[in-house]
Write a new protein. Structure first.
Length: 122
């Protein structure tokens, strides 16, 4: 066999093996997914923190309206602590807090916007 033919075959085999190992690394790791500990679902965890914040912010805003308190989000313990309903499976606590507060602000604001129209009485 000619030297150039062996070189072409060797190169083809190496490229095929390299592509196969790269594909295996991209699609699965020893944990069965590309990322360990569920980090590939980071968006879902952030969404859960945000949704929890929206719900709690809305509830606290409605409560403030019903008791004729002026809007003051910093008065809210849940907003300050920002870890209500946190679970360690959601990822880092600080990342949860950021999204929770963002959601809480939107929910609290919505409660006051709707409350001035009387929607909270339903």
């Amino acid at each position: 066999m000619a030297k150039s033919a062996i070189l072409r075959i060797s190169t083809a085999v190496l490229l095929t093996l390299g592509a196969a190992s790269a594909q295996a690394c991209a699609t699965g790791h020893q944990w069965g997914s590309a990322y360990p500990y569920g980090y590939e679902r980071r968006g879902a965890f952030e969404q859960r923190a945000f949704d929890n914040g929206v719900r709690d912010g809305y509830d606290r805003g409605i409560d403030d309206l019903r008791h004729h308190r002026s809007p003051d989000i910093d008065r809210q313990k849940w907003y300050r602590h920002a870890d209500r309903d946190y679970d360690h499976h959601y990822g880092p606590r600080e990342a949860y807090r950021v999204e929770y507060r963002r959601g809480f602000e939107q929910g609290y604001d919505r409660a006051y916007r709707e409350g001035w129209r009387g929607d909270w009485r339903r």
